[in-house]
Design a protein around this ligand. Structure first.
Ligand code: MCA
Ligand code: AMP
Length: 523
């Protein structure tokens, strides 16, 4: 049954885009050593209805959060769609997060429902129940778990829950420009307006097939890739985990691929990546971290395809993109310029300002600020923080530093926020330094990002011992590993006697970065 077009629920729009032939394949799994599974559009409709009915049967209050930390699977995707369908708020959590991290997110978001793997049920349910969560389900990537057992008893017919365009669809935790993680509140309209615009801008067309190889707990995999395919009624080749060899093998069956730069770097190391392998591909998209010009050029030489680099944030979804095709709105320019993130997308206002709030001239470097229907509603239960991150005239301060050239192309030259982006994941130095500083014998520490051939950038820790204390770099790393998500662990740690400081006594991280920038060169 087609939901009423007047319901601004994002799921209603995605459902309305399902193809006429509901028995055609919507998702085909690949990898993980298992036989491929095929899910039809009818399967997705029924499975989301059953899970939405299960959520509805829990009689949750309006705006209830459904927090999810599970391995990537089609059922996990169904859970996201079912949460939208039932009108609740989806809260995805990186599978690498450990107990202290989960405790913070669950304590802050107070989800009504938590879904985790069976292996983590013991500790996660304890944290969740303590935070007042009433329902904890399990879901594993082999189609088992209490969530599916319970949903199996529910009806496969479900009327999409009515919502207002401004109601929350998801909360994504991110550190914004400073401080502890904050929940970015994204509405149905934020996500749907962005998805519709990208469908048009990137020329999604009948017959497109997407290789989906990204995790589904961040904007890139969960929104940009998934909404793109669903809103176009396109089949997805679904990998539980990125595997460069398998992606290259699957390319002849696909037309669209999206990845963070590390995925492109790893695919370039595959001898199978040839012009023949990409003969049916239409579009390669990259984002979440800077794409090195070397990778951009090498990809063009090897495959004949020019990657379309775009730029976005958890708080805003997509903001800019290089052109897919000539577009009159941008003077008909169709050049995909390496090293730039392209033009502000239709509907997005993007400006560059000086630190004192003055607008800057073409080519001048300053703070990137944005406005548009895609910009989030604010940080969850942090009205003060939200106010700080917006200008008086309603622009969101991205914390990115960049410039706009005479033709309108935006280039990101750095960040005013102290953030390391490693393989597309964000690492906040203040968080890691906080953990290191609490270790016995540590006086102080600094974490800096240095170039890395695979992850683009990685964290390196520099630690000062307390007078008389002896510290072992390896022991520090080992302790951090037991407490923090693996991608946040510094790749190297140095114990030294002092940190470089300016006259104000502030640690000069740029000097540390310079000192260690060659650590991983050529590795
Ligand atoms: C894994 N490791 C990492 C990272 N990933 N180290 C630093 N940075 C990383 N990103 C380390 C692990 O700690 C582990 O180290 C070792 O690598 C192997 O771990 P494994 O999980 O097996 O790694 P992998 O499967 O090879 O993962 C690499 C990956 C993954 C595929 C590049 O990081 C990934 O999927 N990245 C994509 C992230 C993403 O989707 N970002 C989008 C955010 P050890 O052995 O020492 O324990 S959305 C966003 O940014 C905005 C809005 C936007 O614009 O899109
Ligand atoms: P997140 O907090 O995960 O939403 O990460 C958003 C940040 O990723 C942005 O503020 C940028 O610093 C960075 N980012 C995303 N796409 C790009 C890109 N194409 N080039 C450079 N940085 C990017």
């Amino acid at each position: 049954m087609t939901p009423p077009a007047s319901n601004p629920n994002l799921f209603a729009a995605l459902r309305a885009a399902f193809p006429q032939d509901l028995d055609s394949v919507a998702v085909e799994t690949a990898g993980g050593g298992a036989e491929p599974l095929h899910y039809t559009w009818r399967d997705l409709d029924r499975a989301t209805a059953m899970m939405a009915n299960l959520l509805a049967s829990l009689k949750l209050p309006k705006g209830a959060r459904v927090a999810v930390q599970v391995e990537k699977s089609v059922e996990a995707m169904v859970l996201y769609l079912a949460t939208l369908r039932a009108g609740y708020v989806f809260l995805p959590l990186n599978t690498a997060y450990q107990s202290a991290e989960i405790e913070y997110f669950v304590g802050n978001a107070e989800p009504a429902v938590m879904v985790c793997t069976r292996a983590n049920f013991g500790w996660i349910s304890k944290i969740a129940f303590k935070a007042g969560t009433r329902h904890v389900f399990t879901l594993d990537d082999d189609r088992t778990g209490s969530l599916l057992e319970r949903a199996a008893h529910c009806s496969d017919r479900h009327e999409v829950a009515p919502v207002a365009a401004d109601d929350l669809a998801a909360i994504l935790y991110t550190s914004g420009t400073t401080g502890r993680s904050k929940g970015a509140m994204l509405t149905h309209d934020n996500l749907l307006s962005n998805a519709r615009m990208l469908k048009d801008y990137w020329g999604w067309r009948p017959g497109d097939v997407l290789i989906h190889a990204l995790p589904i707990f961040h904007v890139h995999g969960l929104f940009v890739a998934l909404h793109g395919a669903l809103l176009n009624g396109s089949r997805m080749i679904w990998l539980g985990k990125f595997d460069p060899k398998l992606v290259v093998q699957k390319m002849p069956e696909a037309t669209v691929f999206m990845g963070v730069p590390t995925l492109y770097v790893r695919m370039l190391a595959e001898p199978g990546l040839t012009r023949e392998a990409v003969r049916n591909m239409r579009l390669f998209l990259a984002g979440s971290a800077p794409l090195l010009i070397e990778t951009f050029n090498e990809w063009k030489d090897r495959t004949g395809h020019t990657i379309v680099e775009r730029y976005g944030m958890s708080e805003t979804a997509m903001l800019t993109s290089n052109p897919y095709a000539a577009d009159a709105r941008y003077g008909g320019q169709d050049e995909r310029r390496g090293g730039t993130v392209g033009f502000p997308l239709p509907g997005v206002q993007l400006r560059v300002q000086g630190d004192d709030g003055t607008p800057l001239a073409v080519g001048e470097i300053g703070n990137i600020q944005v406005a548009g229907p895609n910009v989030f509603k604010g940080y969850w239960r942090m009205p003060e923080k939200t106010r700080e991150e917006f200008t008086a005239d309603g622009f969101f301060k991205t914390g990115d530093v960049g410039k706009i050239d005479g033709r309108g192309y935006v280039t990101i030259v750095g960040r005013s926020k102290d953030l390391i982006i490693s393989g597309g994941y964000n690492v906040y130095p203040a968080e890691i330094e906080g953990y290191i500083n609490e270790l016995p014998g540590v006086a102080e520490s600094a974490l800096v990002g240095v170039p890395h051939p695979d992850f683009g950038e990685v964290g390196v820790a520099v630690v000062i011992p307390k007078p008389g204390a002896t510290l072992e770099a390896d022991a520090i790393i080992a302790t951090l590993k037991s407490r923090l998500a693996n991608f946040k662990i510094p790749k190297r740690c140095f114990v030294v006697n002092e940190l470089p400081r300016n006259t104000m006594g502030k640690v000069q991280k740029n000097l540390l970065r310079d000192q260690h920038k060659g650590l991983f060169a050529g590795k």
